[in-house]
Design a protein. Structure first.
Lengths: 168, 53
């Protein structure tokens, strides 16, 4: 994981990656007690699909192993989630928290944006951790962001409501 | 955890069990990210070892 972060940091310095932030299981691990996580979800700030393809081309030419949706970086399967997928990702990466891990400068999604991305995925394992993350979140920030990004296809507001009803 | 071994009353046992679990979770939550990464990597290695060949 640390070696994968070193490579990502290098790619950012080289300009191949504009900006990125850790999310998914490792994002959850930043805030909560450690849980077993096999892959690293990286939210990418990217403007166009071409930019994203250029990154994949780089990995292909540099002979990185590509397995399904993962690029194996320093033995860590990394899934890149570009901001072209959803406007929430763009904002989440820009507002991500700057951290340093073993001397490496990186970013992790804030608790509020991490919750929002988990509400987007809404798998059983996401539903399990959201209540614990809610304890750390600024509810005012979260609800106003959820309102802005909710739509019929991804009803983040309704999903959050369901989680909150489960806690009560 | 030692305390748990001496509790005979089941209601009391689960109360202490719950409290100890919450304390442990809170302690783990406060660890630095680098330490948490180390723990996850150890979990992964142990999980691989447990899998049948």
């Amino acid at each position: 994981m640390i070696d994968a972060l070193k490579i990502l940091d290098q790619l950012k310095r080289n300009g191949l990656i504009r900006d990125y932030a850790i999310g998914g299981g490792y994002g959850v691990n930043y805030y909560l007690e450690p849980i077993l996580t096999y892959d690293l979800d990286i939210f990418l700030l990217i403007n166009t699909d071409e930019e994203f393809h250029a990154l994949y081309d780089y990995f292909r030419k540099a002979r990185y192993k590509i397995e399904n949706v993962y690029i194996v970086i320093a033995e860590m399967p990394v899934q890149f989630l570009p901001s072209t997928i959803h406007p929430l990702i763009d904002e989440a990466v820009r507002k991500a928290k700057k951290i340093r891990v073993k001397g490496i400068h990186t970013k992790v999604l804030t608790a509020e944006y991490l919750i929002a991305t988990l509400l987007m995925a809404f798998r059983p394992k996401d539903k399990m951790v959201i209540p614990h993350l809610l304890e750390l979140a600024d509810m005012k920030k979260l609800t106003s962001m959820i309102e802005r990004f909710s739509n019929e296809k991804t009803p983040l507001d309704k999903r959050l409501q369901r989680i909150l009803e489960g806690i009560r | 955890m030692k305390k748990l071994l001496w509790i005979k009353d089941s209601k009391e046992f689960w109360k202490v069990f719950g409290e100890e679990r919450e304390n442990r979770r809170a302690k783990l939550k406060r660890l630095p990210f680098a330490k948490k990464i180390e723990i996850v990597e150890k979990m992964k290695r142990m999980n691989v070892m447990r899998q049948p060949h």
